[in-house]
Ligand binder design. Sequence first.
Ligand code: ZN
Length: 210
Amino acid sequence: MSVHEMVSTVFEFTGGNLCLDFANTLGGARGSGTREHLLTYHDLVSWSLQAGIITADQAALLQSETGREPGEAEVVLARAHKLREAIYGLFSSLTRGDQPDGSDLFTLNTELGWALVGGHLIAHPDGFTWQWPAEQQGFSRMLSSLARSAATLLTAPECQFVRECASPTCNWLFLDNTKNHRRRWCSPTGCGNLAKVRRHRQRRREQERG
Ligand SMILES: [Zn+2]
């Protein structure tokens, strides 16, 4: 299978951080109409390839192995959905200043337990980096990167700049790297533009009413 065939859907990456982009693989607003972008294990592999957490060779291997063990791929997809909702729940509660949900933290910690197995530090002339086993956990290898990404952001100072889109029909998360930290929309061309159109229509209606 070529890389082109593996990329069936082109995903949006507007979150500014791996784990936030992963949370954004569910479109719409949770609880009132959502759009699932990870319908199959194939979608999960395709997203992971586009996110840069697996290589094209690894993606091809995972896709070919899926045919032999479809049941295991389904289990990993269900784990991915559960991890995603836990990541969304943790960061969303943070943006509201609420206490995190215990079951969301438990889900992340469970995946993190697997994700940290075999991790070790490598020394470089200018510092140290984490190194992870190349063949970590087969089908679920991308979940390890996602769990570590969430743990890293949750414990980083920039965690305070995680925001949830201001649109009532969108739950996307993003890291607000703007200078004054007043970004409100997941994307200026998507929700930001819709809000602009709505404001424009509202102003016109008010002008027409005089
Ligand atoms: Zn949005």
